[in-house]
Design a protein around this ligand. Structure first.
Ligand SMILES: [Zn+2]
Ligand SMILES: [Zn+2]
Length: 194
């Protein structure tokens, strides 16, 4: 694994700026990998890890940088829960750990650096200094990953009987004897305008 500073440089580049969320995300991911004993996530261990992230904010970009898990590799899973938390799954052993940033870390940052008025620089500095135990809550968990959730899964491709679009990875829905995509089955997040 690289050092915190080295990952922060990578994260700054990937994310576009350095912020408190990057420091938090890098440390959260480094801790997760360390607990799982994964020390070369971009190299020899690159197929061992699946990561669930629970927020679409700064920290998530940093988690992706450290773990190498990407949405396009099916190794990064998003659960829109609005929490600065991630679960790291070692698919070679089945071990998994969920790590969440403690809500108290913001108040702790204020206590540690009252001389810095601005929140972002205050937290950026404090989040480097606060111990893992004060910054994060950790829990060993079990994650059931069906075969189609694994990065390398290759399954048959089916066609939606309503819109004729192709569907991969068993995301089809069977409803009233029909094989439908999730949009046609009623989970549409958009309204067609014409
Ligand atoms: Zn940011
Ligand atoms: Zn459809």
């Amino acid at each position: 694994m690289k050092s915190l500073e080295a990952y922060l440089r990578d994260a700054e580049q990937a994310h576009g700026h350095l912020c408190a969320g990057q420091v938090l995300g890098v440390r959260l991911a480094m801790l997760g990998l360390q607990k799982l004993g994964i020390d070369d996530p971009q190299g020899k261990d690159r197929k061992r890890l699946v990561t669930f992230v629970e927020i679409d904010r700064c920290a998530t970009d940093a988690v992706a940088v450290v773990t190498g898990c990407r949405l396009g590799k099916r190794a990064l899973k998003f659960r829109d829960w609005g929490k600065v938390a991630a679960t790291f799954v070692d698919v070679s052993t089945g071990k998994a750990i969920r790590i969440a940033a403690k809500e108290s870390s913001k108040a702790l940052a204020r206590q540690m650096h009252p001389e810095i008025q601005d929140k972002n620089p205050q937290q950026m500095l404090a989040y480097r200094e606060i111990s893992d135990d004060n910054l994060f809550a950790m829990q060993w968990v079990r994650v059931d990953l069906p075969p189609e959730e694994f990065p390398g899964y290759k399954g048959e491709r089916v066609t939606c009987e309503a819109c004729a679009e192709g569907i991969n990875f068993r995301r089809e829905v069977r409803s009233d004897g029909k094989l439908l995509c999730r949009a046609c089955a009623g989970e549409r997040y958009y309204e067609p305008l014409e």
